[in-house]
Ligand binder design. Structure first.
Ligand SMILES: [Zn+2]
Length: 191
C-alpha cells in the first residue's frame, strides 16, 4: 500500500512517535492504531446528569471474538491517521476528521486517538453495521464488529448491562482510572 504524503499527517505521525519514544524509552511502538470515540452523553431524562462515555465495538472473530474492544487495527500504510480513518469506516461506518488535532494516549504500546464525538448514537451505527454484516458481497474487513456500545470511564456498559471487555479494553480503563477524576473535562473542555 502506498505511504501517505500528506504533510499534516506526516507531522502528526512524527509527533506520536516522538511522544512514545520520550514516554517509553527503548520500547517499540506497535504498528497498530486505535480510536476511542469519547462522548459527553446526554441522557435527555430529567434528573440524570450528563456523563462522559467511550465507544467500544464487539468483535466478530479473532482473539477478542465476542468481546468489546477498541476500534482499530494494523497500521498498514504506516500513517496512523490514514489507517485509523479507514478502520473506523470499515468497522463502525463513520467518517472521522481532523485527526491531526486529536489528542492521543498509548495503551499497550499502541497509539489511541481520543476522538470527541457529538451526536453519535448507537442505533443508526448498529443498523449500518448489521446491514454490512448481512451483505454477502462485502469482504471480511467490513464485518469485524457486530455492534457498538457506550461504556462509562470505569468500564461499565452505560445502562448497566454486563458485557465482556477485551484485555486491551481492560488496560484502557485501568489507564483512564489513573488519569481521573476529571480527565476528559481537562482534555476536551480545557478546564
Ligand atoms: Zn496519512
Amino acid at each position: 500500500m502506498p505511504h501517505c504524503n500528506d504533510p499534516i499527517h506526516l507531522q502528526k505521525n512524527l509527533k506520536i512517535r516522538e511522544a512514545f519514544a520520550k514516554r517509553f524509552p527503548g520500547q517499540t511502538l506497535n504498528e497498530g492504531v486505535s480510536l476511542l470515540p469519547v462522548n459527553y452523553y446526554n441522557f435527555r431524562i430529567s434528573g440524570m446528569k450528563n456523563k462522559w462515555v467511550v465507544g467500544l465495538g464487539c468483535e466478530t472473530a479473532g482473539a477478542y471474538s465476542n468481546e468489546y474492544n477498541l476500534i482499530g487495527g494494523k497500521s498498514e500504510t504506516k500513517c496512523f491517521l490514514c489507517d485509523i480513518t479507514r478502520e473506523v469506516k470499515e468497522e463502525i461506518k463513520k467518517d472521522v476528521r481532523n485527526l491531526h488535532n486529536c489528542p492521543f494516549i498509548f495503551i499497550n504500546r499502541t497509539v489511541v486517538f481520543l476522538y470527541e464525538v457529538v451526536g453519535w448514537s448507537r442505533a443508526p451505527i448498529n443498523e449500518a453495521i448489521r446491514k454490512d454484516n448481512q451483505n454477502p458481497s462485502l469482504p471480511h474487513c467490513m464485518k469485524e464488529m457486530s455492534e457498538v456500545e457506550w461504556f462509562t470511564i470505569d468500564g461499565k456498559q452505560l445502562e448497566g448491562r454486563s458485557y465482556p471487555l477485551s484485555s486491551y479494553s481492560q488496560l484502557l480503563f485501568k489507564q483512564l482510572n489513573k488519569f481521573n477524576p476529571g480527565y476528559f473535562d481537562r482534555v476536551f473542555r480545557k478546564q
